[in-house]
Design a protein around this ligand. Structure first.
Ligand code: ZN
Length: 179
């Protein structure tokens, strides 16, 4: 049975409700442990059909689990650094991020026009910390910590927001206030 993979968008009220839901941690051990390999494969498949894909969270394909993937095509330096830490966190040139947290944030901010597959044809100027210290698990449950900056920092924060039911549109009023 093959189901066509579609990405949830805010224009559909049922999708929007899911996109606003906080995702649950990935359970590696419990009786109802998650088949995260399958989730990751589904996400990569969904992203590969999209040009200019930077990242995707599981919630965007309707799976409320704390996983996202980031395309490493334009981040060879990060790829090298991550590979040095763990070879189980990269698949098909995508960084697989499971149960992520941000441990530290720089005071310095970067401003960037962000886009989102779940909010088509919209670009929003968002201000975020330039550098972040992140920690997450790879596909073998190893804990990985590293500093990310600029583009990678922005994408990581954007995707982590998805896992908390937040969307880039939430920043519209904040950026107006900051002016
Ligand atoms: Zn998004």
């Amino acid at each position: 049975m093959s189901k066509k993979l579609s990405i949830l968008t805010t224009s559909n009220p049922a999708d929007k409700e899911i996109l606003r839901t906080v995702s649950l941690p990935v359970d590696f051990h419990g009786r109802n442990k998650d088949n995260y390999h399958q989730i990751v494969d589904q996400m990569i498949k969904a992203l590969q059909c999209k040009p200019y894909s930077l990242g995707l969270s599981a919630v965007q394909i309707g799976l409320l689990k704390r996983i996202f993937v980031i395309n490493l095509k334009t981040f060879p330096k990060v790829k090298k650094e991550v590979l040095h830490l763990s070879k189980y966190s990269i698949k098909n040139n995508f960084l697989i991020v499971i149960n992520p947290v941000i441990l530290e944030k720089s005071l310095e901010k970067v401003h960037f026009y962000e886009g989102c597959f779940s909010i088509p044809n919209k670009e929003i100027l968002v201000s975020r910390p330039k550098r972040i210290l992140v920690s997450f698990q790879d596909c073998k449950q190893n804990q990985i910590s590293l500093w990310l900056e600029d583009g990678m920092s922005i994408i990581f924060q954007h995707e982590l927001d998805h896992l908390d039911g937040k969307l880039m549109t939430d920043y519209i009023n904040l950026s107006l206030q900051a002016r």
